[in-house]
Write a protein that binds this ligand. Structure first.
Ligand SMILES: NC(=O)c1ccc[n+]([C@@H]2O[C@H](COP(=O)([O-])OP(=O)(O)OC[C@H]3O[C@@H](n4cnc5c(N)ncnc54)[C@H](OP(=O)(O)O)[C@@H]3O)[C@@H](O)[C@H]2O)c1
Length: 309
């Protein structure tokens, strides 16, 4: 073998190993629970830290709230459905010795975003906001040209504007304290273009770039940022109207493609402070990585063929 062949073999082996490491490492390396999953450290005033979770009336948001309550966090729970938030807050207060408050808000609405940002800023200024989880989100089904513009604008506000505003509100207090975590919930859909879900995939891409850039700006500050990119997850997401009306059926996708909301929330909390990009599940990491390196025309053509809607 010539020296050039040896060189290419070495480079191939190194790239292959790095790829395999990236795919497998979080599942197969046993780690002690991160500080966000272990029991919450009380502040100097003896009070537990606070986590503010948006989209806490269903799915992944509820899973985050339950796991954080178990760890001893006080909670501020945000979503539109007040009855759901009240019921969750009451049950978490009863099961764990924590405070949990419902903060009903429509994050597509500018006034509501400001109201929630005000609460986030106050709790953060008081030195108690340890965790902000920007999780609220929804999908639509159909071509951008055919969808009502308002639905796409609402999505932009819920996914992007609310995340930007709440992050801005939370940061000064966290930075002063030199401690805190921010999780922005994106999706594997942010790793490639998705015809039929153009705004969804674009807003989730925003969250990936925003979070990675922000973490680089915050390095050494004690505040950590994570972008969580789940794949298909059991929640109410695919039960909502646009998916129901489109005839979406979970069984059309193989069972291994689905994760529970609890698995996703646990992977995220465990990775916070350790990995900026958290993609739970080997299959999802493979999808994201391959999607990132494959020519766009091929990704588009493949998606049109396998899209479950
Ligand atoms: N499930 C999946 O397969 C999947 C995959 C990748 C990424 N994700 C992402 O994961 C996040 C959580 O979704 P999920 O799967 O848990 O779905 P879900 O069960 O439908 O929960 C979505 C949450 O977002 C809240 N929400 C939606 N619109 C809102 C608005 N205008 N204002 C305030 N809250 C709003 C909902 O509460 P209300 O309706 O009470 O307001 C609910 O609490 C989303 O960002 C989603 O994009 C999900």
């Amino acid at each position: 073998m010539s020296i050039v062949t040896h060189l290419f073999t070495l480079i191939g082996a190194a790239v292959g190993s790095a790829f395999a490491w990236k795919l497998l490492q979080p599942e197969f390396i046993q780690r002690s629970p991160s500080r966000f999953l272990a029991s919450a450290e009380k502040g100097r005033d003896g009070r537990p830290p606070v986590a503010l979770v948006t989209g806490a009336s269903a799915g992944i948001g509820v899973a985050f709230a339950r796991q954080l309550a178990r760890a001893g966090y006080d909670l501020v729970l945000v979503a539109r459905r007040k009855d759901r938030l009240d019921a969750l807050a009451a049950s978490l207060r009863q099961q764990h010795t924590i405070e949990a408050h419902a903060l009903p808000a429509d994050l597509a609405n500018a006034d509501d975003i400001e109201r929630v940002a005000g609460v986030a800023a106050d709790v953060s200024e008081a030195g108690r906001l340890d965790l902000l989880i920007n999780n609220a989100g929804f999908g639509t089904v159909g071509k951008y040209a055919d969808l009502p513009f308002q639905s796409q604008l609402d999505m932009l506000h819920v996914h992007v504007t609310a995340t930007m505003r709440l992050t801005k509100a939370a940061l000064p207090g966290m930075l002063r304290r030199g401690r805190g975590g921010i999780i922005n919930v994106a999706s594997t859909a942010g790793w490639y273009p998705l015809p039929g879900n153009a705004t969804y995939s674009a807003t989730k891409r925003y969250l990936i770039n925003f979070s990675e850039s922000l973490q680089a700006e915050l390095d050494g500050s004690g505040v950590c940022v994570q972008v969580l990119c789940p794949g298909f997850t059991y929640s109410e997401f695919h039960d909502r109207e646009p998916y129901r009306a489109s005839g979406f059926r979970r069984e059309r996708l193989p069972a291994f493609m689905w994760q529970t909301a609890e698995e996703v929330a646990e992977a995220s909390l465990n990775a916070l402070g350790r990995e900026v990009v958290c993609i739970p599940g080997v299959h999802n990491r493979a999808i994201a990585l391959i999607g990132n390196f494959t020519p766009r025309a091929l990704v588009n053509a493949a998606w049109q063929r396998i899209s479950p809607v």
